[in-house]
Ligand binder design. Structure first.
Ligand code: G
Ligand code: G
Ligand code: MN
Ligand code: NA
Length: 253
C-alpha cells in the first residue's frame, strides 16, 4: 500500500484521533479554550506526526476528507464537553493554507455548527500567514467567518511571510506567538523584544495574544507580566484525548 492509500484508509477506519490542548487566561490561569490537534496512530502502533501526514493528504487529494473528519470530530467533542458542563469552552481547529484555498471554510464550519446545534462561537479557526498571501481571496473568506461569529487566530505568528497590510486590513481576532520566540523569552533580550512588540502590535490593533509552546513557569510569568493574554504549552497541559481532557477538567476548580 502506498502512504496515500494508507492515509485514506486511516481517515475512514478510525486510526485518526483528536487530541485537545487547553489554553489558559494568563492572569487567572483559567482554561478559556482548547486547540484540537489531530493524531495518526497506525495499526502497528507507529505514530505519524501531522507535520508529515497533512502535507501527504494535500498531495493525495485528501484535503476535503481530512477537513471533514476534523470538523466532525471537533463538533462531537463540543457536544461531549457541553454534556459534561463545559459548553462555554470554544475549540479551535487548524486549517492548512491548502485547505483554506481549496474550500469555503466559513461554509464548512457553519454546516457543522448547524448540524450539531452548536453555538456560533463553539468552533474557532487557526490559520497561518501563508493562507493570507492571496488577499483577494482571504478578505471575503475572513469576512464570512467574522460575520457568522467564527473567531480566527493567526497561528505561528512571525514565522511566515508576514505583511503588516493583512494585519491592518483583515478581520483577525488573535495572534499566536510562535513558540520559537517563546523559547528564549525569559533569557534572551532579542526574543523578549520580539514578543513585547507582537503583544503591543496585537493590542494596538484590538487583537488578543496567545503564546504557544510555554514550557516553564519563568516563561509563563514573563509573558503574563508583559501583557500576553493567553498561554498554551506543556507547562500548563499537554494535548490529550477527550476522555483524559474531561477527567482533567473535572479536577480543576
Ligand atoms: O500536534 P503537532 O505539534 O505535532 O502539530 C503539528 C502541526 O500539525 C501543527 O502545525 C498543526 O497546526 C497541524 N495540525 C494539527 N492538527 C491539525 C488538523 O486537524 N488539521 C490541519 N490542517 N492541521 C493540523
Ligand atoms: O498548530 P500549531 O503549529 O500551533 O501546533 C502546535 C503544536 O505544538 C502542537 O502539535 C502541539 O503538540 C505542540 N506543542 C504544544 N505545546 C507545546 C510545548 O509546550 N512545547 C512544544 N515543544 N510543543 C508544544
Ligand atoms: Mn495551531
Ligand atoms: Na503554532
Amino acid at each position: 500500500l502506498t502512504m496515500a492509500s494508507r492515509m485514506r484508509q486511516a481517515i475512514d477506519s478510525g486510526e485518526l484521533t483528536m487530541h485537545f490542548q487547553p489554553i489558559v487566561d494568563a492572569p487567572t490561569g483559567e482554561i478559556c479554550k482548547l486547540e484540537a490537534l489531530v493524531r495518526w496512530c497506525q495499526p502497528d502502533g507507529t505514530q505519524v506526526p501531522p507535520a508529515v501526514f497533512i502535507p501527504l493528504c494535500e498531495k493525495a487529494g485528501l484535503v476535503l476528507p481530512l477537513g471533514r473528519w476534523t470538523l466532525d470530530s471537533v463538533a462531537k467533542a463540543c457536544l461531549e464537553l457541553a454534556g459534561a458542563g463545559h459548553g462555554e469552552l470554544p475549540v479551535a481547529l487548524n486549517v492548512s493554507a491548502v485547505q483554506f484555498q481549496r474550500g469555503d471554510v466559513a461554509a464548512q464550519v457553519r454546516a457543522v455548527v448547524n448540524a450539531y446545534h452548536l453555538s456560533a462561537h463553539a468552533l474557532q479557526v487557526e490559520l497561518t500567514e501563508s493562507s493570507l498571501m492571496d488577499q483577494e481571496r482571504a478578505v471575503p473568506a475572513l469576512r464570512a467567518l467574522r460575520a457568522q461569529g467564527t473567531h480566527v487566530s493567526l497561528d505561528d505568528f512571525g514565522t511566515g511571510f508576514s505583511s503588516m497590510s493583512y494585519l491592518r486590513d483583515l478581520p483577525i481576532d488573535s495572534l499566536k506567538i510562535d513558540r520559537s520566540f517563546v523559547v528564549g523569552v525569559d533569557t534572551d533580550e532579542r526574543a523578549a523584544s520580539i514578543c513585547r512588540s507582537i503583544i503591543v502590535l496585537a493590542h494596538t490593533l484590538g487583537m488578543t495574544v496567545v503564546a504557544e509552546g510555554v514550557e516553564s513557569e519563568s516563561q509563563y510569568s514573563w509573558l503574563s507580566r508583559n501583557g500576553c493574554d493567553q498561554i498554551q504549552g506543556y507547562h500548563v497541559a499537554q494535548p490529550m484525548p477527550l476522555p483524559s481532557l474531561l477527567a482533567y477538567l473535572a479536577t480543576r476548580p
